[in-house]
Ligand binder design. Structure first.
Ligand code: CP3
Length: 342
């Protein structure tokens, strides 16, 4: 097995800096578009054969050091009785957004068997990867899932979510507790099915101030992290996270994923407790390519050269218009420039 990704998660010297990309299996890849055809993304995710194929195709097409299971953060919510669709080019739409404490009481307990296809997909993906690279599992974090459930659709400011957080403490606590319980159980089942690491996606929590993060979110994220402590490496991802780095570190991840709004040098300086860092190329640079992309890759590597535990990645998911060749160039450059002489 290529252990560079797990070594970097654990702060051991890897043979080269590992690289993988969020949304590495997606519409920018011809293989993905071919397998998907006219199907919906959730149909692909529900079919262990197809889900494993697109996950493994991405690893092979790019030469990355880790695979990620093909699923979506919304899928386990279906197992709690939430009715949603994922609209192309928009994102998740929840048909009856949560408004009251009664709506939240009516959410069903998460039953992992109802998303059994995810765990079958993990086992099929592991078989196809044949130990070449580790496999990352994931879940949405309680705050980001609460955001979709309350807003009902993607939202920039998450006003309704924050309003519930501030003004309906009982509803907020109950919702966050239910989502935390789900995430712990879902991730633990993914680990039992064989994933080698997990990433918690708290994509939208960057809209909170550090004080609010501490008051309304931190304890739930910490509970998810703690539930997996000592089992597999845990990555925390949040876009727009630079104002929250210290708070996110307190939740106890092994790896903190940072985006391009902060220079990685600053991120290293602020990770005083020795957490590994994943990041942080702007996905637009990966899409637009050329010299600006190559120069930023070099800068990120230079600023991480004396640090243990760097995982090279983008600050958010691969954009649809990205030429796969650009990602292959990044992987090659990172590997060549960081390979430790044998
Ligand atoms: O290789 C991979 O990383 C793919 C697996 C994956 C998907 N969704 C499949 C998918 C992962 C890791 C996700 C996570 C996810 N889903 C997040 C967290 C990551 C982030 O980007 O912040 C979020 C917020 C979602 C919710 C969601 N699902 C959005 C916002 C969208 C985009 C809608 C669009 O059409 O642009 C989706 C749909 C989705 N999930 C796609 C994929 C590959 C694209 C739609 C498609 O292929 O038809």
């Amino acid at each position: 097995m290529n252990t560079s990704f797990l070594d970097a998660c654990r702060k051991k010297q890897p043979e080269h800096t590992p690289v993988w990309f969020m949304r590495q299996a997606g519409r920018y890849l011809p293989d993905y578009r071919r397998v998907k055809g006219n199907m919906h993304v959730t149909e692909v995710a529900r079919d262990p054969e197809l889900a494993s194929q697109v996950a493994v195709d991405a690893v092979n097409a790019l030469g990355v050091d880790a695979g990620i299971i093909f699923a979506d953060i919304m899928l386990p919510l279906e197992a709690m009785g939430v009715d949603f669709t994922i609209e192309e080019n928009v994102g998740p739409i929840v048909n009856k957004p949560l408004k009251s404490v009664d709506d939240i009481r009516a959410l069903e307990d998460f039953v992992p068997e109802r998303v059994g296809y995810i765990f079958d997909g993990i086992q099929t993906t592991l078989r196809k990867l044949d130990d070449a690279v580790p496999l990352i599992g994931f879940s949405g974090a309680p705050f980001t899932l609460a955001g979709y459930l309350i807003e009902g659709r993607p939202s920039r400011e998450l006003e309704k979510t924050k309003e519930m957080m501030y003004n309906k403490p009982e509803a907020w606590r109950l919702l966050m507790e239910k989502l935390t319980k789900m995430a712990c159980s879902y991730l633990s089942r993914q680990v039992s099915a064989g994933v080698d690491a997990i990433q918690l996606f708290d994509s939208w929590v960057g809209c909170l101030s550090p004080d609010d993060y501490r008051a309304y979110v931190s304890r739930y994220t910490s509970e998810v992290m703690t539930s997996l402590s000592g089992k597999v490496p845990r990555i925390h991802f949040c876009a727009n996270s630079s104002s929250l780095i210290e708070e996110l570190l307190r939740t106890g991840p092994d790896v903190l994923s940072v985006d391009w709004r902060i220079e990685i040098d600053d991120a290293w300086a602020r990770c005083r407790n020795g957490t590994s860092i994943q990041g942080n190329l702007d996905p637009v640079l990966a899409m637009s390519g050329g010299r600006p992309m190559r120069e930023k890759v070099d800068q990120i590597l230079a600023e991480s050269a004396d640090r243990d535990g760097h995982i090279f990645s983008l600050g958010h998911g691969v954009l649809r218009e990205t030429p796969p060749e650009n990602l292959r160039l990044i992987v090659q450059a990172v590997h060549e420039k960081t390979r430790v002489a044998a």
